[in-house]
Design a protein around this ligand. Structure first.
Ligand SMILES: Cc1ncc(COP(=O)(O)O)c(C=O)c1O
Length: 424
């Protein structure tokens, strides 16, 4: 077997005398040259282009060009001074979005679930009590996470679409005496925004930490971490912030740190989510040296920084107001079409994710697939307790506009016409 090998000499080329030397070398059979038994996948030889879609489901939302461009900047080291500065900007942006002065404010490298686990793992030790408020899927998830670390979990449960009164919460805390109470501010599975005023005080009266999930509500509905006495608050990047999924803002109150993190009997079960380590990496623990903990998702942090910059430029209150007005415009349009909204109490309707009662006589999956296929637009069905009961429309961040509502209504109208006809 003969192989032809071409050597080119950079020096010769540089001097303008490009004389390639062609030599013939003996070579081994192809099989012996390769130690791999799995060949390179054919599918990876095709160029990848992501579909362009209107992302009007409960998340992720569309990422605007400015945020995409920030994420495409060259990667630098996760401990480089410029990166530490970006992290410090992110921290300030989260403090603004959460309305908190908490020093222990960071972005977890991971999705909303990672932040959920970070909150629970750091706040609770095995054998301690946790109370979760279940009015959709997220209270169930929090209960499952706490159970996995050996906590004694109790839940208060209400119907999908409902929420809890302060009295109900007070009574449950008195009965179960948990160290942590979990509540979802924006229940994206049912479309409910939970009232928060006064609940922090009730928790503290019972010597209990108040943990709130604002993954689907941050930036889209009023929220004041410090004023509302929230001890731990977390969110996600892929909803109102319009950044790609994969980073999750989280903040811990001083009360939490004094009461818990620095007074633990056991280490948190997760090294990756241990706040004593993360606080050091994010420069929140006052120590002069930052120690390597993990390689942060540098590009995702660029994108998160840009998304927080956009929120800061627009102003939080303007963003809350726009989401409310656009949601009301959607509600009106939906009702004018003869459809019903799932959340009866107007004040409890989440401005970011609207739940529409699944039109009777239709298959909701047919409606969502039709709209995806013919309008290139995502709306989704229910999740957890709302499966089969609702259609969910999420208009978040840059997607929260009356033009988007018009597109959704047009797509729904068309789907109801077509899907109905197909059933007659
Ligand atoms: C209210 C709420 N909490 C938590 C999550 C989990 O976030 P992720 O999917 O980013 O892990 C979601 C995601 O949709 C959510 O809407």
């Amino acid at each position: 077997l003969i192989r032809t090998t071409v050597f080119s000499c950079a020096n010769i080329i540089a001097k303008g005398r490009c004389n390639c030397i062609i030599s013939t070398l003996p070579t081994r059979p192809a099989l012996a040259m390769s130690s791999v038994s799995v060949p390179p996948p054919k599918c990876l030889q095709k160029t990848f282009v992501a579909p362009r879609r209107h992302m009007f489901g409960p998340g992720p939302s569309n990422v605007p060009p400015r945020i995409l461009a920030a994420g495409a900047e060259p990667v630098i080291g996760h401990m480089h001074p410029e990166m530490l500065e970006i992290m410090s900007d992110i921290k300030s942006g989260i403090q603004y979005a959460f309305q908190t002065e908490n020093n222990m404010t960071i972005a977890v490298s991971g999705t909303g679930h990672t932040a959920m686990e970070c909150a629970i793992f750091n706040a609770v030790e095995p054998g301690e009590g946790v109370l979760t408020a279940v009015n959709g899927i997220w209270g169930e998830r929090a209960a499952e996470m706490a159970e996995r670390i050996g906590a004694k979990v109790n839940s208060i449960v209400t119907t999908a679409g409902g929420y809890f009164t302060s009295e109900e919460i007070d009574q449950a805390l008195a009965k179960h005496k948990p160290v942590l109470f979990f509540l979802t501010h924006g229940e994206s599975s049912t479309g409910v925004v939970h009232p928060l005023d006064g609940i922090g005080d009730i928790c503290h009266k019972h010597n209990c930490l108040f943990l709130v999930d604002c993954v689907a509500s941050m930036g889209g509905a009023p929220l004041y971490m410090d004023k509302q006495g929230i001890d731990i608050l977390y969110s996600g990047s892929q909803k109102v912030l319009n950044a790609p999924p994969g980073t999750a803002p989280i903040s811990f109150s001083e009360r939490h740190f004094l009461m818990k993190v620095f007074n633990r009997k056991t280490k948190p079960v997760s090294f990756f989510l241990d706040m004593t380590w993360l606080a050091n990496y994010w420069g929140c623990d006052g120590k002069p040296a930052r120690i390597y903990h993990h390689t942060a998702p540098v590009s995702a942090f660029y994108a998160l920084r840009e998304s927080l910059a956009i929120l800061a430029e627009q102003g939080l209150e303007n963003s809350w107001q726009r989401h409310r007005e656009v949601a009301e415009y959607l509600h009106e349009g939906v009702e004018n079409m003869g459809l019903k909204l799932f959340v009866k109490d107007k004040n409890a309707r989440l401005p970011t994710v609207t739940t529409i009662v699944a039109p009777p006589g239709y298959d909701w999956k047919e409606i969502t697939s039709y709209i995806m296929k013919n309008h290139n637009l995502e709306i989704s069905g229910g999740l957890g307790p709302s499966v089969g009961q609702v259609l969910r429309v999420g208009l978040m961040g840059g997607n929260s506009s009356k033009a988007s509502v018009d597109m959704v209504l047009e797509a729904l109208r068309d789907a109801l016409r077509y899907c109905h006809k197909s059933k007659v």
